[in-house]
Design a protein around this ligand. Sequence first.
Ligand code: SF4
Length: 248
Amino acid sequence: MTPIEVYKELPRTNCGKCPAGTCMSFAVQFLRRTVSLSDCPGLDEESAEKIRSMLPDTGDWKEKRLEELFREVSAMDFPDIAKRAGAECRDDLLRIRYMGRDIALGRSGFEDEMDILDKLLIMMYLKNRGTASPSGKWVAFRDLKDGLIRAESFHGACEIPIAKMLQHDTERLLKRLSAMGAERAGGFSADYSLVVYPLPRIPFLVLLWRGDEEFGAECKLLTDSTAADFLDVEALLYLGMALVRALK
Ligand code: SF4
């Protein structure tokens, strides 16, 4: 499938309401998976279906899942979602803090350009509408509900890469965490202890130990014991990976 084939099915008004700005740019970015069909408010269901049917069957679950989640969330009560998710709702627009950025979501899609995995995480979080109040009790990934199954993956994909960043350039890592709104936390034996909120109800406690001649740097990521009420452990693993991407 080529950008021209996608372009032909778009409204072709260059209205500028999508993150891509123009229809041709949208077509190119759609094939790169940096925008989704729901980002074009003028696209009717018939044309969207035609584009979907032209996509090679590569098992592109991300695009399909995002479409499903978007349909489910846009049918929900935005003020109620905002209240539960720690977001804001104004003029039928949800504003949510994600990785230190303010992200806006309307009933016709995201107003900001983002990787599709980040969009999926935000949409899953909004759809789940967890009801727990953060307990203030920090737990390891393995101690979350079903966490043991993915604990090794979480260590390899999240804690080890952050430890490597610490070893490589401590100052840069601390600056990136600070830019995300991370705040120092007291009472821990690590060299640096910071709390960062990738999503409003899901904090990570980042514990960092500098390395020495004998041992390399170490990182431990803990989260609130209620985190799995807002995202399941699979999604929490992806949230940790998204944190690593954002820190790079
Ligand atoms: S929102 Fe749709 S019609 Fe408007 S510029 Fe983007 S792709 Fe084109």
